[in-house]
Design a binder for this molecule. Sequence first.
Ligand SMILES: *[C@@H]1O[C@H](CO)[C@@H](O)[C@H](O)[C@H]1NC(C)=O
Ligand SMILES: *[C@@H]1O[C@H](CO)[C@@H](O)[C@H](O)[C@H]1NC(C)=O
Ligand SMILES: *[C@@H]1O[C@H](CO)[C@@H](O)[C@H](O)[C@H]1NC(C)=O
Length: 183
Amino acid sequence: MAALRMSRELTMLVVMVSMVQLLLCLQVEAGGPKKLVLYAHENRVPPNNTLIGSAAPNGNLTDEKFGLIKTVSNTLRAGPEADSEEIGAQVGIVVLGKDVLNLYISYTYYLNNASEYGVSTIAVHGHIDGVYEGNRVFAVVGGTGKFASVTGEDTSPFDAVVLDESRVVNTHTLTLRYPPYYK
Ligand SMILES: *[C@@H]1O[C@H](CO)[C@@H](O)[C@H](O)[C@H]1NC(C)=O
Ligand SMILES: *[C@@H]1O[C@H](CO)[C@@H](O)[C@H](O)[C@H]1NC(C)=O
Ligand SMILES: *[C@@H]1O[C@H](CO)[C@@H](O)[C@H](O)[C@H]1NC(C)=O
């Protein structure tokens, strides 16, 4: 009886060890950095501006700002210098809420082959309080490539660095987490 129980325990142990080995085999090569600083270069001078109002609300349902959608298409560069290498884009939308306190943002960072992350993306959603002058913190909600299934926070200061109106640098510091099934 005792021998039988022992053999069952041994069998269980073998099964468990096999499952752990299987899980180790299933680990996928992914998982980028835990911290990433991105420099989004903005231009505020028409016709080359990189933030434009692109859809106005219809009808007489709202005041003039509520419902306005702006499209952003900034250039990601390796550093804050205007001539540093282009490593991708920050493309997305800003939606104006019912008052200046409530704005919705959604954008994707696209990192091209010139970046050290190959062709990868990071998706961000968030809320902007239009009058709060502290750091803006947005949610990192996913990604692809090196950033597959990433989550975390994207923090940027209220004030961008304005070299001149055609060279505005928004610094984004991302703290990133990867699911445990990635190394
Ligand atoms: C807009 O961009 C074009 C192409 O890069 C450039 O030739 C032009 O000088 C820019 N215009 C302004 C106002 O900066
Ligand atoms: C919109 O509706 C309000 C309330 O009915 C009215 O007072 C206002 O004149 C309207 N505005 C326009 C631009 O039609
Ligand atoms: C990026 O580089 C890889 C490897 O050289 C290549 O296979 C891929 O086509 C490139 N992608 C783009 C969008 O340039």
